[in-house]
Design a protein around this ligand. Structure first.
Ligand SMILES: O=C(O)CCC(=O)C(=O)O
Length: 213
């Protein structure tokens, strides 16, 4: 079952009481453990502070966000992705769909991508200048058509169908801005040209019944 039959995007706003403790936890990990700068690219494409990926505070936050975004209750998530974007970026993330192996992103070729919805939550205010997510709304339908007509292999090589630039939406929002999108929505980011770090958390949710059938 997919919750995105018509639109590939929906949004809500979570009060600070939902995410203050998880944000404290992330900042604590930052302060106490820092990160290995040699692995910066890997953290950027997978998650910062991997030890927190399975933390109960983040898992519970993911469930709360999913609930507020009306995701089916049966959906579960494997863990959280802490997505930081640092100031001074020259470029953002290129448009892509998740689940396609690329250098450092940790996706194992040939392994099914378990995801029926992607959820994101900003933990700092995000404007067009501070590394926002960009979504090509409705592109999941183009991707489905592309796979049907040309197969998955091309997609796996990073080839995308021609995208309608007018359908790209820059996701701006305050801290607490949450959004869900179809897992085959083409997305990327704009560079963070602000003075501060952009904090976001993502979860990939899937329907266990669908995946096991
Ligand atoms: O950092 C972001 O907001 C986007 C991350 C992303 O596109 C991804 O992990 O696939």
């Amino acid at each position: 079952m997919t919750p995105f039959s018509d639109s590939s995007y929906r949004t809500t706003r979570l009060p600070i009481s939902y995410w203050a403790d998880p944000l404290r936890l992330i900042n604590q990990a930052f302060r106490d453990e820092g990160y290995d700068s040699d692995r910066f690219e890997t953290y950027t494409s997978q998650t910062f502070f991997p030890v927190l990926a399975g933390a109960s505070e983040l898992r519970d936050l993911g469930k709360a966000v999913a609930y507020c975004l009306d995701l089916p209750e049966s959906f579960v998530s494997d863990g959280a992705q802490i997505a930081l974007r640092f100031p001074g970026e020259k470029k953002g993330l290129d448009p892509h769909v998740d689940g396609i192996p690329s250098e450092g992103n940790g996706v194992v070729p040939g392994e099914p991508f378990k995801c029926d919805a992607i959820i994101g939550l900003y933990l700092s205010p995000v404007t067009v200048d501070s590394g926002p997510l960009v979504l090509w709304q409705g592109s999941h339908k183009e991707i489905a058509k592309f796979i049907k007509e040309r197969g998955r292999k091309l997609l796996a090589q990073g080839v995308l169908p021609d995208l309608d630039e007018t359908s790209s939406t820059v996701i701006e929002g305050g801290a607490g801005h949450a959004f869900a999108y179809h897992p085959q929505t083409v997305h990327g980011t704009l560079p963070n040209r602000s003075l501060g770090i952009r904090y976001a958390v993502y979860w990939r949710f899937y329907d266990p019944q669908q995946q096991s059938s």
